[in-house]
Design a binder for this molecule. Sequence first.
Ligand SMILES: Cc1ncc(C[n+]2csc(CCOP(=O)(O)OP(=O)(O)O)c2C)c(N)n1
Length: 319
Amino acid sequence: MTLTNQQQITMLRKMWLIRYFEEAAIRLNGEGLYRGSTHPYIAQEATAVGVVAALKPGDKALATYRGHGAYLAMGGDPSRGLAELLGKETGVCKGKGGSMHLSDVSLGFMGSNAIVGAHIPIAGGVALSQQLDGTDNVTVCFFGDGASCEGVFYETCNMAALWNLPLILVVENNEFAISTHVSKAVCVPDISIRAQGFGFPGVTIDGREVDAVYAAATDAVQRARQGGGPTLIEAKTVRWTRHSAVSAGGYGSGSDGEKWRQTDPIPRYQAALVSRGILTDVEVTAIEAEARAAIDDAARFAVNSPAPSLDALTTDMFA
Ligand SMILES: Cc1ncc(C[n+]2csc(CCOP(=O)(O)OP(=O)(O)O)c2C)c(N)n1
């Protein structure tokens, strides 16, 4: 499936939106405007954007605490997203979810999850519901290389294969689980090989190459829509400097800590669109400036929004 020029421009826009959203999140967190941590998706934008470009209405996605990118790729509103991070009433979960529990069911973004691996079986259940409803919709589950070592991942792979579920498992191998390098936790060269043990396809791609991500996702989605069952896509990528805005953990400091810039997916895709004659240098600059301005507006909206009232404390609560 070939993307139109407009679709390619939209992918670039979304990547910039995610980049500036995350920079704002780090800044607001540093200013003490919200509690807890925040896990930047910086340097990984091409993966969520490329995968989501292969989806259609009715498809669903789930992500980890590093899930702001997936939320925005699914069409999440940046203002309500930043307001959620700040625990504000105008947040997409009315301020009760925060950075690690964003969700917008109306967009098919079924939620991000702070417990490593916990959303993988939930994604299997979402895919099962799509199958039982007789739709041709699919579910995408984003998770990390560390999560691919959790038992629930293997159980979900097994059941998804047995039941032919329309599930696309996207492992974002950013080389680290906090401070543990993938080579100390995974004994195969490519995590995608693990799919062979369950009898479904696994593919490894460069997660910083949005076109490659889109192509792999399109194959997986088409197979799932036609009843061909699950696929494991390993997107090899590089993590932002640290595990989270407030923790150390990871690779080096100084120039080594900025290693991700060497393979930054955004300049790479911009250059591709210019060389294809889809955008000029001036248009590329304008797209970046628009994204930055949209996030500045979103941050103002979030900061100026009211905190939830005390009356709202127990509404929407199940316990
Ligand atoms: C079940 C569980 N164990 C441990 C943690 C602590 N923890 C939070 S993030 C993380 C690393 C996960 O790494 P990975 O799955 O590779 O994802 P990444 O953060 O690199 O995106 C760990 C161990 C947790 N939140 N949940």
